[in-house]
Design a protein around this ligand. Sequence first.
Ligand SMILES: C[S@@+](CC[C@H](N)C(=O)[O-])C[C@H]1O[C@@H](n2cnc3c(N)ncnc32)[C@H](O)[C@@H]1O
Length: 378
Amino acid sequence: MAERPWGFWTESKLDMLSAYLPAFTTASKKAPSTVYLDLFAGQATNVSRDIGRPIEGSLLRALQTKPPFTVVRGFELRHKRAQSLQEAFRAEFPNRDVVVHAGDVHDALQPALAALTEYRWSPTFAFIDPDGVEARWELLEALATHKARTSTKVELFLLLVSPQIVRVVNNSNNSNNSLGPDDLHHREQRVTDLFGSTEWRPILDGRQSGALDAERTRDELTNLMRWRLEKTLGYGFTHTLRLTNVYGVPLYDMIFATDHAIGDKIMRSVYQKAAERFPAMRQEARARRRDRKELESGFNPFFTHAELAQHTPLRAMSPISTFRRFRRMARPSPCRCRIPGPVSSSAARSAPIGAESDGSSPRWSWPPTPLGSSHCSG
Ligand SMILES: C[S@@+](CC[C@H](N)C(=O)[O-])C[C@H]1O[C@@H](n2cnc3c(N)ncnc32)[C@H](O)[C@@H]1O
């Protein structure tokens, strides 16, 4: 299978997954079994667009997790991809209970969950990683009700393309308002299916009237998804973290939902660490991109941008902080990084725009932390 070229933000997203999964299976050690579900499975490996190195896909990362998951299930629309995943995993993990369902996950999830009835008591984690707006709310509902007789629901780690959503339905974004009524209706239905509700409409109205800027619109859409996870599906904790591209343009938000205080705590730390690593990853990706362009244009520099980037601090330091650094070297103490914490909440704090507020929910801390906004105070 041809590998897909991925940006460094995808690697960051998958690194968060890799960091969380062992914590999940370790925390679940007392349970007789654990389950991992990958609703948009993709391929076993892909390749980093800027760095050129292979990036292992989510399902492979789940299978490599230690302590291991008892049961691993993947869902992949494209039959060839699903088949090649299944063959690769049978060869590499012959003794593992791993099945990749080929076809639309909206058709395959319910029967697959029904076949896992004996694992209804098992700690279960689901990764929902679509390319765009193709995941429908019914998937989240099915996952949230799968373990109906236990006190905790399936944990969710969900990619929401909040920046794309407005583009999907905002007719004024299309040249000459070119979407016909059927086309527009179809697109609006996709967004309604994504949220399982039409509560996104007041947000779009706000954007179209100019009351909301682009960033606030993205924030409100992500807020709506969190609100529904907490209020409609009953999740106890949700987190979100925004990932941006090499130029800092927002791409998507990763939303995590759990009923476990321990899951909440671990994911908070995973997000924090990702936020620390992200600026360096972006710097390396930008440098590699510039090197590639220069090489293509025939320029052969003495030092590559990637080499220079490795030795360049992410921010120039003011003389006073350099002075402080020297003082600290004389009196060793760990470098304390001031990282704005990812937004996390133990309860929903903000009713979506247009919703009746019962007055009991104060506004939550918002917007989500974009990855890369972290900085080290020296
Ligand atoms: C972003 S990729 C997933 C990447 C994967 N999680 C990884 O880390 O390697 C999204 C995948 O979902 C698949 N997909 C899209 N719509 C789907 C659907 N309705 N059901 C199942 N898979 C779908 C696409 O073919 C694509 O391979």
